[in-house]
Ligand binder design. Structure first.
Ligand SMILES: *[C@@H]1O[C@H](CO)[C@@H](O)[C@H](O)[C@H]1NC(C)=O
Ligand SMILES: *[C@@H]1O[C@H](CO)[C@@H](O)[C@H](O)[C@H]1NC(C)=O
Ligand SMILES: *[C@@H]1O[C@H](CO)[C@@H](O)[C@H](O)[C@H]1NC(C)=O
Length: 507
């Protein structure tokens, strides 16, 4: 059992791991999963290799801080990784794994796509960390003047110049086709590299790419609800009903005065008190993110809770049987997630979230919360809400509450967020980007797939919607437990690349 002590004093020590806002909880989960996948893939890579020479190489590129102003001579160092184990010659294809809103480790070129596809296609594998994340950090920290140089457009300019510099450095022939890969936000970047630089990038594979920016991402929780009913991953109508009931009970306790709030706090293993309405909204959001996280990362190595396990708990099949209630199941689920992520208590203090996000010192661990919040405020939105009556959980969090963070942390108004999101969609084309030779891969239980391309736009923009697959699952290292539909999906990605590469040989 997890320790349920409200150790307020320790809160700040573990603040880096604070689960304060719902979005942060999802990001922590993602990091947790990425780390576990990376470490397993590294063991695999080193185990298979002949010696230290095969271990991926790390390198640094000097890139302009402002690629759009030639008189600005400031630069920063951008990190990349290379795996040349499978390279079949100087004109072999190059698979460029594009980094997103987090650091990239050696696992990025050793396992998962594109590394898994490299041996059969003789490809050179390179990954490029995104500016302002991980160790690719310009000098000067994360204050507003610096963040001015953080956007997807800057990231794309980095890819274009890195591609040219790496071609020289690694002796890549001018006839080598470059294929960009990426998952989630980086999947959008992969799409956009092909869209904006078709003379440099031959094709792209975009996994779970949320191509349409949206301020109010209410659809997230609608997909979560639907996925909780999917029998193939262990869901059912009863499971969804139990989830709703559990949230109704949390809400009832929250509204029943200080005594019940204290009980709730104790029972959920919450770090702080629940007096403030803003903290109550954060708590509800954090619990939703916990359920959303189980759906988003269902079936992935390192995910603390699958949909099947969560439904088992909510329906009382997870231990104490007949005495259980949906609320007890949700409590238990929260404990499991907290414990597996090494957390002492469930944190949901709004004030603390804001304080953390205002910190302009780059975090040593490579976590990019402030940077990513900035990108959501200035480009993408993506605020998960639960205001509509179709949301099965609670009527919180609400959009204004989410948007307030942009104002509180960066002084960016709700109106400018809306404007920025509209600009992003007109600049990139949203869900109809018009980029050729891009394969859009999604999982149909992933809450993000509704922002991606899931309908065929034409023969050169094929789509692959993998049944019962979660967020970026196709990119994860293969496992014996992978479903037949996932294996088939991965095979189709391979076949598509084969087709494209054959066409280039002909011409
Ligand atoms: C371009 O860079 C120069 C040199 O740093 C600076 O003086 C100028 O204001 C910049 N121009 C723009 C449009 O940012
Ligand atoms: C690059 O290719 C040239 C010509 O094939 C070769 O002589 C040279 O050694 C190569 N350099 C590297 C770093 O591989
Ligand atoms: C099972 O029930 C007992 C008594 O009701 C309780 O002490 C224990 O913590 C419960 N175990 C789980 C796993 O919920």
């Amino acid at each position: 059992m997890a320790v349920k002590a409200p150790w307020l004093g320790f809160l700040f020590l573990v603040s880096l791991w604070g689960l304060s806002s719902p979005a942060l909880l999802l990001r922590r989960l993602r990091e947790h999963i990425q780390k576990s996948q990376e470490s397993s893939s590294l063991h695999l890579g080193i185990g298979l290799s002949q010696g230290p020479a095969a271990v991926p190489k790390q390198g640094w590129l000097e890139q302009p801080l402002d690629p759009f102003n030639a008189s600005d001579r400031r630069t920063f160092l951008q990190r990349y990784w290379v795996n040349d184990q499978h390279r079949a010659g100087q004109d072999a294809p190059v698979f460029l794994h594009i980094g997103g809103e987090g650091s990239l480790g050696p696992g990025s070129v050793m396992a998962g796509h594109p590394a898994a596809l490299a041996p059969a296609l003789g490809a050179l594998v390179i990954s490029l960390e995104h500016r302002f994340y991980g160790l690719s950090m310009p000098a000067g920290g994360l204050d507003m003047a610096q963040l001015h140089y953080l956007s997807s457009r800057h990231a794309l300019a980095d890819v274009a110049s890195a591609l040219q510099a790496l071609s020289r450095l690694l002796n890549v022939s001018s006839s080598s086709p470059w294929i960009c890969f990426g998952g989630s936000y980086a999947g959008s970047l992969a799409t956009w590299t092909r869209l904006k630089f078709p003379h440099l990038v031959f094709a792209a594979v975009a996994s779970s790419a949320p191509l349409r920016a949206v301020v109010d991402f209410a659809a997230y929780n609608r997909v979560v609800a639907r996925s909780l009913t999917r029998a193939a991953i262990g869901g059912s109508q009863q499971c969804l009903a139990a989830a709703s009931a559990a949230f109704a009970e949390v809400e009832r306790l929250l509204r029943s005065g200080p005594a019940s709030q204290a009980v709730l706090r104790e029972e959920l293993g919450a770090c702080g008190s629940l007096h403030l309405t803003e903290d109550q909204a954060e708590l509800l959001g954090a619990l939703q993110a916990l359920v959303g996280g189980a759906v988003q990362y269902d079936g992935q190595a390192g995910a603390p809770l699958s949909v099947r396990q969560l439904c088992g708990l909510l329906l009382g099949n997870g231990g104490n049987g007949s005495h259980s209630t949906p609320y007890l199941g949700l409590r238990r689920a929260a404990q499991i997630v907290l414990r597996s992520m090494g957390q002492k208590c469930l944190s949901f203090s709004r004030a603390e979230t804001v304080a953390q996000l205002r910190n302009t010192a780059p975090q040593v661990s490579g976590v990019g919360d402030r940077q990513w919040l900035y990108q959501t405020c200035t480009e993408f939105g993506f605020y998960v809400t639960c205001e509509s009556p179709q949301c099965p959980f609670t009527q919180l969090p609400a959009l204004p509450f989410q948007l307030e963070l942009c104002e509180q942390v960066f002084g960016i108004s709700a109106a400018s967020v809306a404007q920025a999101v509209a600009q992003t969609n007109s600049y990139y084309g949203g869900q109809t980007p018009g980029a050729s030779q891009v394969l859009f891969v999604n999982g149909d239980t992933d809450p993000w797939h509704v922002l991606s391309v899931t309908q065929n736009l034409g023969p050169s923009e094929p789509v692959l919607l993998i049944p019962s697959a979660s967020h970026c699952l196709d990119m994860a290292p293969t496992r014996p437990s992978d479903s037949p539909s996932l294996c088939l999906g991965r095979q189709r990605i391979f076949q598509q690349l084969q087709v494209w590469l054959k066409e280039i040989k002909k011409s």
